[in-house]
Design a protein around this ligand. Structure first.
Ligand code: SF4
Length: 299
């Protein structure tokens, strides 16, 4: 049995950067807080918790000691979080992914110009909560064209942005269909120039570029183990891509969830994951599988 770890899977640079911020801080201190899980991956959260990183919410600001350091993860936060930190004497360590910061800044520019802001994304996803915050929670968040047509005022100048981890094709189809209906529609990008209507968007290249390579990897293995945190939005998108390419793709959060009956008749197993999956988690799964098949060989 050949077990391979996908060399293109693993943390995106935005997440690596956020973890670096935390690790750097925890080299000289035993305690730091993170606003929400620093990453949607329980194994990595547990590893960082052992170093002293505790997950909290904004509501906890009043309970933790003044002067505490609180990490803002890659997803970013709404402006209200920054104000609240000042109120409670909290020191924020801002690890918002620069791509997300750029999207927030761009949205703000359109808000200032009185545009109706529409965001293709999940209303309660941490990144979208941050983006909504920039609009004073006036942004219209949609997941489909039907929802857009119900909620968007077609007569207003409108800008359409996307959460950075959404599916590119769905975004493009919504954008093109809306273009026909809305009087003035602009597609939000991270470039500063005024944008004419085109296919560009704010979907992160780390996510969209990943799909092609993932399809190749999934298609070249008999069985695929896809590992990510169950809460990972990017994990769900990429899992469905892998599953589409190879129906024998299984989602697991931890090595304990692996079911060895999945591998009957297979000769190659590929282990892959989301942009929030640590490399060491995939390597650990490879060891579990290698040991299992080595034992069977001996028997
Ligand atoms: S997926 Fe892209 S936008 Fe999101 S944290 Fe990673 S690098 Fe940043």
């Amino acid at each position: 049995m050949l077990v391979t770890v996908d060399k293109f899977a693993g943390f995106c640079w935005g997440v690596v950067r956020a973890i670096d911020f935390a690790e750097k801080e925890l080299r000289t201190s035993t305690k730091m807080y993170s606003l929400g899980d620093v990453i949607h991956n329980a194994s990595e959260v547990n590893r960082l918790a052992k170093l002293g990183l505790e997950t909290i919410t904004v509501e906890d600001f009043e309970k933790i000691p003044k002067g505490s350091k609180v990490l803002i993860r890659a997803h970013g936060e709404p402006p209200s979080t920054y104000q609240k930190a000042v109120t409670f004497g909290i020191e924020l360590v801002d690890a918002t992914c620069p791509v997300v910061t750029k999207v927030q800044e761009r949205i703000k520019k359109f808000v200032d110009k009185n545009y109706q802001v529409v965001i293709f994304g999940k209303k309660d996803h941490a990144e979208v909560i941050g983006l909504r915050g920039v609009t004073g929670d006036k942004a219209i968040v949609i997941l489909s064209l039907t929802e857009a047509l119900e909620k968007v005022d077609l007569s207003k100048p409108t800008v359409l942005f996307s959460q950075t981890t959404m599916d590119k094709e769905t975004f493009a189809s919504i954008a093109f269909a809306l273009k026909e209906k809305v009087k003035e529609l602009v597609i939000g990008t991270i470039e500063d120039e005024a944008v004419e209507f085109h296919a560009k968007d704010t979907i992160c290249g780390q996510v969209s570029g990943r799909e092609k390579k993932l399809r190749e990897f999934a298609g070249s293995n008999d069985v695929v183990i896809f590992t990510a945190g169950k809460k990972s939005s990017n994990g769900k998108v990429l899992f469905s891509v892998a599953k589409e390419e190879n129906s024998r793709t299984y989602f697991v959060e931890s090595k304990e969830e692996i079911d060895f009956t999945w591998f009957q008749g297979a000769e190659t197993i590929g282990i892959t994951g989301a942009t929030s999956t640590p490399q060491w988690v995939m390597e650990e799964m490879k060891s579990v599988l290698d040991n299992h098949f080595e034992k069977i060989k001996v028997l």
